[in-house]
Design a binder for this molecule. Structure first.
Ligand SMILES: Cc1cc2nc3c(=O)[nH]c(=O)nc-3n(C[C@H](O)[C@H](O)[C@H](O)COP(=O)(O)O)c2cc1C
Length: 164
């Protein structure tokens, strides 16, 4: 079974909805188990056992929320060698900074020795670019992108880690 954890912060539900769609996409792949958890209720056992971990945040002043930053700075498990990917929501696409928030998540993953997944613009449709992004609550294209990121991560996770 490939284990995936999705860690997110969400105050008004938009990033949470993204997390649920990513889970839905990942579960389209057989042999995958997904744990959803918020930054203030981390499931340490699931994190430990996961080969793949995604981090999701609302965009706050052009970067990650402080709640997500705190979570990444104090993560209670070792994550080196695991595969990761970011997702972020924002109120203002095209300048609001969700890609910068994703880059901050990517920095956090790299500095802890994680591998960062990218399907870029070359692995299926819709393209996931740096990760999944959404304008407020994900709908239409934004929702499809979340599902696609989940599916891509599950497939890449199985390719890299097999089915331990
Ligand atoms: C303190 C604060 C700062 C924010 N800063 C930005 C910002 O810089 N750019 C942006 O597009 N949206 C910004 N927003 C809007 C949120 O990123 C957006 O509403 C997001 O979808 C909320 O996610 P959530 O529903 O998961 O909490 C900000 C919201 C708050 C509360």
């Amino acid at each position: 079974m490939l284990r995936i954890s999705i860690v997110y912060h969400s105050e008004t539900g938009n990033t949470e909805k993204m997390a649920e769609l990513i889970k839905e996409g990942a579960l389209q792949v057989a042999g995958v188990e997904v744990s959803l958890m918020t930054v203030d209720r981390l499931d340490r056992k699931a994190l430990d056992e996961s080969q793949v971990i995604l981090f999701g945040t609302p965009t706050y002043y052009g970067t990650v929320s402080w709640q997500m930053k705190k979570c990444m700075d104090t993560l209670p498990v070792r994550v080196e060698g695991k595969l990761g990917a970011p997702f972020a929501s924002a109120a203002w696409p095209g300048g609001g900074g969700y890609e910068l928030a994703e880059m901050a998540l990517i920095q956090g993953m790299l500095i802890r020795g994680m591998m960062v997944y990218s399907g870029g613009v070359v692995v299926g449709r819709p393209p996931t670019h740096f990760g999944a992004v959404s304008h407020k609550a994900p709908a239409g294209f934004d929702a499809d992108r979340c599902r696609k990121l989940g599916e891509n991560l599950a497939l890449k996770g199985k390719e890299l880690f097999g089915q331990p």
